[in-house]
Design a protein around this ligand. Structure first.
Ligand code: SAH
Length: 260
C-alpha cells in the first residue's frame, strides 16, 4: 500500500479499504513463505495450546490463517481497519478457528497486550506503518523472553541502485535499507537474528499485483469520476511498473528474530 507522490493517509481511507478488501493480500507474500518463517521457530511454541500469538497489521488475514494452520495457540490479529478485521473473523469462522483466532481493530502503536505476554509475533508487510526500528522495539516489549518475531520488510537487495528507484523509495518509505543495515538494527535493538530470507518475486507478481488488475478495472467502473479512486489506481499501477522494472534491486525480506 504505497504510492507515487501523495501520502496514503491523504486519501479517502474508506475507498482504499474497499479496494484492498477485494484482493486476497494487502501486501506481497505467500503461504509457503509464512510457513518457512515459522519453520525456524521452536515446536515448544508452535505446538503449544497455551502459546499467545499476534499478527500485527494483519489485513484481511491471509497470513493469519496460515499461522492458525501451523500453530495450536491463541491468535490475535490486529489491524487499523474494521472491514479488514470483519473479513478476518469471517475467514476464521469458515475455517473453524473462531475459538482461538480473533481479529481486533487497534493501531499497532497502541497494542492491547500485556508486556512480556506473547510467544510469537507475525508482522507481514506492515511494520513500515510504525517504522522498522521503532516497531521492533515496541512490539518486542510484548514478547516473552525467547519469544519470536517474524517480520517481512522492504529491503534493498544491492548496494548500488538506479536513481529512479532510489528516489521513489525515499519518497515512499525512507527507512528502506540493505539487509545488512536491517540486521544491524535488529542486533542493536537487542534481538538475535535467527534467519533472513528474501521473498520470491511471485509474492509480488502472482500474489499481489496480478489480483489487483481486475480489482482496478472493477474499481474504476464503480467510481469513474472519483479523484481518489483514480489516484489510487494510478499509484498502484506505477508501483507495479516500478517492481517490473527494478525488482532485482529491492524486495521483501523475512527477518526471523528472537528476544534474548
Ligand atoms: N499482513 C497483511 C496486510 C499487509 S498490508 C498481509 O500480508 O496481507 C499493511 C496492513 O497494515 C494493512 O492491512 C493496513 O490496514 C494495516 N495498518 C496500517 N496502519 C496501521 C496501524 N497504525 N495499525 C495497525 N494496522 C495498520
Amino acid at each position: 500500500m504505497k504510492n507515487e507522490e501523495t501520502s496514503i493517509h491523504a486519501f479517502d481511507l474508506n475507498l482504499i479499504c474497499e479496494y484492498f478488501l477485494n484482493v486476497p493480500r494487502q501486501g506481497p507474500g505467500d503461504d509457503l513463505q509464512t510457513e518457512k518463517a515459522l519453520s525456524f521457530m521452536g515446536n515448544n511454541i508452535l505446538q503449544s495450546k497455551s502459546a499467545k500469538i499476534a499478527d500485527i497489521g494483519c489485513g484481511t488475514g491471509t497470513p493469519t490463517m496460515v499461522l492458525a494452520k501451523n500453530t495450536q495457540g491463541e491468535i490475535t490479529g490486529v489491524d487499523l481497519f474494521a472491514p479488514f478485521i470483519n473479513k478476518l473473523n469471517q475467514k476464521a469462522k469458515n475455517l473453524g478457528f473462531e475459538n482461538r483466532v480473533k481479529g481486533i481493530v487497534k493501531s499497532m502503536d497502541d497494542l492491547p497486550f500485556e508486556k512480556e505476554s506473547l510467544d510469537l509475533i507475525l508482522c507481514e508487510g506492515a511494520i513500515y506503518n510504525i517504522g522498522f526500528k521503532k516497531g521492533i522495539k515496541y512490539f518486542g516489549e510484548f514478547l516473552k523472553s525467547k519469544g519470536y518475531m517474524a517480520i517481512s520488510e522492504s529491503s534493498w537487495l544491492t548496494h548500488v541502485r538506479p536513481l529512479e528507484i532510489e528516489n521513489w523509495w525515499q519518497k515512499s518509505y525512507s527507512e528502506i535499507a540493505t539487509i545488512s543495515e536491517k540486521i544491524a538494527i535488529i542486533e542493536q535493538t537487542g534481538f538475535k537474528l535467527i534467519a533472513a530470507f528474501t521473498l520470491p518475486d511471485l509474492c509480488w507478481t502472482n500474489n499481489y499485483y496480478l489480483p489487483q488488475q481486475k480489482a482496478k478495472l472493477d474499481f474504476l467502473k464503480k467510481y469513474p469520476e472519483n479523484e481518489t479512486a483514480k489516484m489510487l489506481v494510478k499509484n498502484q499501477r506505477y508501483e507495479a511498473e516500478m517492481f517490473k522494472k527494478y525488482h532485482q534491486y529491492y524486495g521483501y525480506v523475512f527477518y526471523i528474530i528472537q528476544k534474548a
